[in-house]
Design a protein around this ligand. Structure first.
Ligand code: SAH
Length: 195
């Protein structure tokens, strides 16, 4: 296989998981690059639930989706409320943390507490063998704290419940993201934590 950078690698993880007709979540729609990718992958019978707390992000996503908007629910709410909107099993979820590129306020960023709560909830909602890919940025204010908190959390997930991996490119400039990839190994409503 090619040694991909983090964002293409994150999409590859989901591409290997998602089958046409399934339901998936884009937890941070941003400018919609991953939303579009997911909409293409689930096909016309599948559906994408895309969350963002900024209207501008959902507008940018809708514009990118064009006709494929019909396969996507654009939800103006925090991703930790995902259970209010999705009540069937999902096959995958993707997060691209940090701030909205080209947005009006780069101080609006994902936060450790809500990110971890969303990941924990989504793990429960995943079907067996479903995956979650999280691209984590450490270059902005609060980014390293969020990354560390997330790593602390995922390391406590019981190995029989979730396979947890970290992937990073070591020689890239300008604070590239690293990836946390999670695979659900058995059916459960809530993952067990080991400490
Ligand atoms: N840092 C990435 C892009 C991240 S976009 C890059 O450089 O490419 C992250 C998006 O998450 C932003 O649009 C932001 O508004 C959104 N966001 C922040 N907190 C959120 C939350 N609690 N729920 C859903 N989306 C959130």
């Amino acid at each position: 296989m090619k040694i991909l950078r983090v964002l293409p690698f994150a999409r590859q993880v989901l591409a290997e998981t998602i089958k046409p007709g399934e339901l998936v979540v884009d937890a941070t729609a941003g400018n919609g690059v991953d939303t579009l990718f997911l909409a293409e992958h689930v096909g016309e019978k599948g559906h994408v639930y895309a969350f963002d707390i900024q209207k501008a992000a959902l507008e940018s996503t809708a514009e990118r989706l064009g006709e494929l908007t019909s396969r996507v629910s654009l939800i103006l709410d925090s991703h930790d409320n995902v259970q209010k909107y999705v009540n069937k099993p999902i096959s995958g979820a993707i997060f691209n943390l940090g701030y909205l590129p080209h947005g009006i306020d780069s101080s609006i960023v994902t936060k450790p507490e809500t990110t971890i709560k969303a990941v924990h909830t989504l793990l429960g909602m995943l079907r067996k063998s479903g995956t979650i890919a999280i691209s984590v940025y450490t270059g902005h204010d609060g980014g390293k704290t969020e990354g560390d908190a997330l790593l602390d959390y995922v390391k406590t997930l019981h190995q029989a419940d979730v396979n947890v991996a970290k992937y990073e490119v070591l020689n890239q400039q300008n604070n590239p993201p690293f990836l946390i990839a999670l695979e659900k190994m058995r059916a459960f409503e809530e993952p067990r934590l080991t400490k």
